[in-house]
Design a protein around this ligand. Structure first.
Ligand SMILES: CC(C)(COP(=O)(O)OP(=O)(O)OC[C@H]1O[C@@H](n2cnc3c(N)ncnc32)[C@H](O)[C@@H]1OP(=O)(O)O)[C@@H](O)C(=O)NCCC(=O)NCCS
Ligand SMILES: CC(=O)OC[C@H](N)C(=O)O
Length: 229
């Protein structure tokens, strides 16, 4: 355990630790109104958003963890799991403005790093493959969207503004500005301007495009046969 924290956790000053607990909470709260069209008012968000409750508890647990407090951080994480259905190991490093929508079934492992403004849906695992030790969970860049039920496994790098399709299993690095979908995940990297991260319906449908190109090919071959006969 000591060895792990030495290898991947950067040493933080006391001031940084204070800020790392309190300051991001405000951003965590505010971002919900941008990210969830269903969010009505601050009272509703304060009372009815398990993702926000999980972030409050995690920031407390992580702060204690970084101060070397034993057992209590794990207990807070465990209680948070009962309350929200979201399990975040106190060692996980979570940026500000991260929103876990709905939340039930989310697991974030000990050595995971989640960049600012990530949007994570229910059933997501940021886990290990079971084959690595030490830093064994993924690192997510900024503004990453991880769709419902997606599993991002291993010490892999997910770039900034990456979108991961619902139900995907991602085992390899994904470059910034790309979309990853499927089991196992395939990277689709388009050049040019990207749409809003909440436009989930615009994720590429690889199977459909393969079928479309096969149909076009069959049509061409049929025309060639007609010309010959
Ligand atoms: C299956 C697993 C154990 C790896 O087994 P492995 O026999 O070592 O397999 P490899 O990593 O060598 O991968 C073999 C192939 O299977 C694919 N693969 C691996 N895991 C896969 C998964 N979960 N789903 C789909 N395909 C998978 C790989 O892409 C690879 O394909 P390729 O040869 O075309 O590149 C691991 O990937 C896994 O899923 N572990 C469970 C992790 C988990 O549940 N973590 C949650 C912790 S909270
Ligand atoms: C979240 C996860 O990967 O769990 C598997 C194991 N407990 C570990 O920490 O690696």
């Amino acid at each position: 355990m000591q060895q792990i924290s030495n290898t991947f956790t950067t040493q933080k000053t006391d001031k940084q630790l204070r800020l790392s607990f309190l300051q991001p909470l405000l951003t965590d709260f505010q971002i919900i109104f941008d990210r969830d069209p269903a969010a009505r008012n601050w009272f509703e968000v304060l009372c009815c958003y398990p993702g926000f409750h999980a972030m409050v508890l995690h920031r407390l647990a992580h702060w204690l963890h970084c101060h070397g407090v034993a057992f209590v951080p794990r207990l807070i994480s465990h209680l948070g799991r009962f309350l929200t259905g979201i399990e975040i190991h106190p060692g996980a490093q979570i940026g500000q403005g991260v929103f876990i929508d709905h939340g039930m079934g989310v697991v974030i492992g000990e050595t995971a790093i989640v960049g600012d403004y990530a949007l994570i849906y229910q059933g997501v695992t940021l886990g290990g493959t079971g084959k690595e030790t030490g830093k064994r969970h993924p690192t997510l860049g900024k503004n990453v969207v991880v769709g419902a039920g997606a599993k991002v496994l291993g010490n892999i790098q997910i770039g900034d503004r990456v979108r991961i399709g619902a139900g995907s299993i991602i085992l390899r690095d994904v470059p910034s500005d790309c979309t990853a979908v499927g089991v196992p995940g395939r990277n689709i990297c388009h050049k040019g301007v990207r749409g809003c991260p909440l436009e989930h319906a615009k994720l590429p449908d690889i199977e459909a495009s393969i079928i479309r190109s096969l149909l076009e090919r069959i049509e061409k071959l049929e025309q060639q046969l007609k010309v010959k006969s």
